[in-house]
Design a binder for this molecule. Structure first.
Ligand code: MOS
Length: 701
């Protein structure tokens, strides 16, 4: 093998870019199964809680082109212990508005959708209970919260320290329900060949879905299900777990004996594939006059649905961000008549960091200390709750570098003192953090010599590219690990038949899949060296390898990425309009694999945080229980017109503990803290502290 230049770190263009812009990269809806496709449409409940009393499909069944109408009376029975809302059409009970109560399968999507209106359904409805409040008597402590964290953490005497503190903050912050809103809607094309199910599907990783389909359809094992998803148009957590759409597609295909496709509409996305729970968070901070924290308390109330327990880890960033001898974090849940919540980009950390980083800004003001300086003074030398060293931590450097790039020096601590015409101008800062994890991943690499040219390496792993750039970054990693050029590597991902890998979630993708590729490549090179004198034998060589799970150092080192956001906020004194004309975000997340796609991830994360700060809110009707603003016209997601100049930078960080590549994962850190930076800048511009997101224009008055 000849040596080639390393490509990890370079800003390589996406290798899938040309196919995407030409429209030749097949998304789930676009696969050609080689036969006419039948179309699926959904009849959804119009009440939020109750029971179906009458359901008559006969008019729909009589329509030309309708192949079947599935109802709780005739739908295939699903077996197993299916969680959440996956037992579709298995009972007459209604748990949320928008629940699937019947399914139409027809020759065309037009006929299917028209037939939906011909299915008559009557309900015995009960008034829904959808109000989240801290004074609900039925709040309860879940046994564990997401990602296996403890529900509460209590260290020292928080109340005593707060009572004795020279300066305190006691504030309650609220974040609304939000919806993931990827561009590509959730789509499942399903086909049965005997007891073999093939599904072309938009997801973040197939294995949860395979397992649920195996359970639901009482199959012998995962070998009977194949899920194919080479290209996915965004997900943000809403495509991580199985939702009713995959169950419905598989049921419909089984009933009509043909390939069917179900593409959710944007409106259906608001009830059928999860949302970010709303939160109510009380944060109390106590500090000495120099700003050293003596106590941090962060108490969270959030909701879950009646049919699933989803306990988001909202206060967990508070367990790692700042030093303080006395600390408390708690999570309490209310079971409400809402659709099942799910993960949404940095689930937990995102709303949690809004509260904590707003409270730190309030404390800085109480103390008369610069908010950057306040954070630096509370930098912990070790993980403040686990009492173990960091694998690496560069928050202070991110704050200092960001302040420098943004031009923070000389900022007036006083709020409400800068204007530019009718604009009130302020600046704000907040920290960012997200855990760095690695998960089990298998990998297979085969190499065969070609008579005419260099060896060709086929790298197989069931990673998925949800739009992040994984196709490109994994090819870079493989090329470096094999010591060859990217053109000599053929990557295969997005197919459950490939060697097992966990989904694209929790910012674990590259850390897990990349590590598996590195270790497998290392083993392949060793074998070529030891057994074939460094030459590729004519018959080729195949090596199976991978990583078993978390880093072996995960118990003795605390592993997180960090960052800092700086924003300028302008508020129109006449209309309350809020603009963020410029921002700087600096990150330290270990090795950056692709400078171009990484910048896009950081940028996208920050923009999603800005969108959360200013726009995003799913409004649930308290009487009827539905989400009133269930489309992109009324649920506004920040667009180009909402985004100003954003300066993205990252620091070199060498972390030998996290994984083989020293990378920490970058999919989620960008959103954490971003909303707080905007809210803090808004306060600095206006003197108004908005503690309930989003900061809409009316809140100025
Ligand atoms: Mo992310 S919410 O783990 O897709």
């Amino acid at each position: 093998m000849t040596t080639v230049d390393r490509v990890v770190g370079a800003g390589i263009d996406r290798i899938d870019g040309p196919a995407k812009v030409r429209g030749t990269a097949p998304y789930a809806y676009e696969h050609d199964p080689g036969e006419p496709i039948a179309h699926v449409a959904l009849v959804q409940s119009t009440v939020n809680r109750g029971r179906i009393t009458q359901l008559d499909p006969t008019r729909a069944e009589a329509m030309a082109g309708v192949l079947a109408v599935l109802t709780p009376a005739n739908a295939p029975r699903l077996s197993g212990d299916l969680a959440s809302d996956l037992p579709v059409l298995q009972s007459l009970d209604v748990h949320y508005q928008g629940q699937v109560v019947a399914v139409v399968v027809a020759e065309t999507s037009e006929v299917a959708k028209a037939a939906v209106g011909e299915v008559s359904v009557e309900y015995a409805a009960e008034p829904p209970d959808v109000r989240l409040a801290v004074d609900r008597p039925d709040l309860y402590a879940p046994e564990k919260i997401m990602a296996g964290y403890e529900t509460d953490s209590v260290i020292g005497d928080v109340d005593g320290a707060l009572a004795a503190a020279a300066v305190t903050v006691d504030a309650t912050y609220e974040t609304p329900t939000q919806h993931n809103n990827p561009i590509e809607m959730h789509t499942s094309m399903a086909r049965w060949d005997g007891d073999q199910l093939t599904m072309w599907d938009a997801n973040q990783g197939p294995h949860n879905i395979v397992n649920d389909l195996v359970a639901g359809f009482a199959l012998d094992g995962g070998h009977q299900v194949r899920i194919i998803s080479p290209y996915v148009g965004g997900a943000f957590g809403s495509k991580a777990f199985t939702h009713p759409n995959q169950m419905v597609a598989a049921m419909a295909a089984r009933v009509v004996g043909r390939t069917v496709v179900l593409e959710l509409t944007r409106q259906q996305m608001f009830s059928l594939v999860g949302h970010r729970t709303p939160t109510i968070q009380r944060v109390r901070l106590g500090a000495d006059p120099e700003g050293r924290l003596s106590a941090i308390s962060h108490e969270v109330v959030e909701h879950t649905s009646r049919v699933n327990e989803f306990a988001e880890q909202t206060a967990t960033p508070t367990r790692v961000l700042y030093a303080a001898p006395n600390r408390r974090t708690t999570h309490r849940l209310a079971r409400l008549d809402v659709p099942p919540p799910t993960i949404m980009r940095a689930p937990g950390e995102t709303p949690g960091m809004f509260a904590l980083e707003s409270a730190m800004d309030e404390l800085a003001h109480e103390l008369g200390i610069d908010p950057v300086e306040l954070r630096i003074r509370n930098e912990p030398t070790e993980d403040p709750e686990r009492h173990i060293p960091w694998s690496s931590r560069s928050l202070v450097q991110c704050l200092r570098t960001g302040a420098e790039r943004f031009g923070w020096a000389g900022r007036d601590l006083r709020p409400g003192v800068r204007t530019d015409g009718r604009w009130l101008v302020g600046t704000g800062v907040a920290a960012a953090t997200y855990p760095a994890r690695r998960r089990k991943a298998d990998c297979r690499i085969s190499v065969a010599g070609t008579p005419a040219g260099p060896a060709r390496y086929v790298v197989e792993i069931d990673g998925s590219d949800i739009g992040t750039g994984a196709w490109t970054a994994l090819t870079q990693i493989a090329a470096d690990a094999l010591g060859v050029g990217m053109g000599d590597v053929e990557l295969r991902i997005g197919d459950s038949r490939l060697p097992f890998a966990g989904g694209a979630g929790g910012s674990t993708g590259l850390a897990s899949w990349g590590s598996a590729i590195v270790l497998t490549a290392r083993e392949l090179r060793r074998r070529l060296e030891d057994e074939y004198g460094g030459q590729v034998p004519p018959d080729g060589v195949t090596v199976d390898g991978g990583v078993p799970g978390p880093s072996p150092h995960a118990q003795e080192r605390s592993m997180h990425s960090f960052g800092a956001h700086f924003v300028e906020v302008r508020v129109d004194a006449d209309t309350g309009e809020v603009r963020v004309p410029r921002a700087t975000s600096v990150y330290a997340a270990g090795t950056i694999v692709n400078a171009k796609t990484a910048r896009s991830q950081f940028l996208g994360g920050f923009c999603m945080g800005l969108s959360m700060a200013l726009h995003e809110e799913s409004v649930q009707d308290e009487v009827h229980g539905h989400y009133a603003n269930h489309d992109l016209a009324e649920y506004h997601v920040a667009t180009n017109a909402d985004i100003g100049e954003i300066d993205i930078a990252w620091l070199d960080e060498d972390d030998p503990y996290v994984n083989e590549l020293g990378l920490k994962g970058i999919g989620e850190i960008g959103i954490t803290g971003a909303a707080a930076a905007v809210a803090n800048g808004y306060w600095h511009a206006t003197c108004k502290r908005i503690r309930d997101l989003p900061i809409t224009p009316d809140k100025y008055f």
